[in-house]
Write a protein that binds this ligand. Structure first.
Ligand SMILES: [Zn+2]
Length: 164
């Protein structure tokens, strides 16, 4: 079916919050007493973006592209995984139109870090920072996020076919 060369994808991720880990969100080290637990750097925002791009470009999902327990991905920067995803996307003839992300975390205050997140993500994808937008919200204290046991992120990505 002809979609006019434009496709959208959605991504969601969550990770537990624990002591003794760095907190990396959107490729940025955020100073905080705890960090997200995962096989890679557990950057929940970048993982949501990768899944949104995978959906848009029909690339499967983050778990099939970069399986957990693979030694080469242990503690890897998720920006590296994002760059690899971007290469796969380009190889299928797609370019990123725009990406929008919502990070859901009770604390800390994330707005001061958003400009740098936009820079890091757009650099990893080779796009302009105006094509990547971030928002942060809380759950007003509700649920596992409100109890600061974890964080989550959602993303959508729009991609465009560059060749037919
Ligand atoms: Zn993840």
């Amino acid at each position: 079916m002809d979609t006019g060369g434009i496709r959208v994808g959605i991504g969601y991720d969550s990770h537990p919050l624990v002591s003794g880990r760095r907190l990396v969100l959107g490729g940025v080290d955020v100073p905080y007493g705890k960090g997200l637990l995962g096989w890679s750097d557990a950057d929940v925002a970048t993982h949501a973006i990768i899944d949104a791009l995978c959906g848009a470009a029909d690339l499967g999902d983050i778990g099939t592209l970069f399986p957990s327990q693979e030694p080469e991905y242990k503690d890897i920067s998720s920006l590296v995984l994002l760059s690899k995803t971007s290469e796969l996307l380009k190889a299928k003839g797609f370019r990123v139109a725009n990406i929008d992300v919502t990070i859901i975390a009770q604390s800390p205050e994330l707005s001061p870090f958003i400009p740098e997140m936009r820079e890091r993500i757009s650099q990893a994808l080779g796009v302009d920072s105006t094509q990547v937008t971030f928002k942060a919200t809380t759950t007003e204290g509700l649920g596992f996020i409100g109890r600061e046991e974890g964080m989550a992120a959602q993303s959508v990505a729009l991609v465009q076919k560059t060749e037919s």
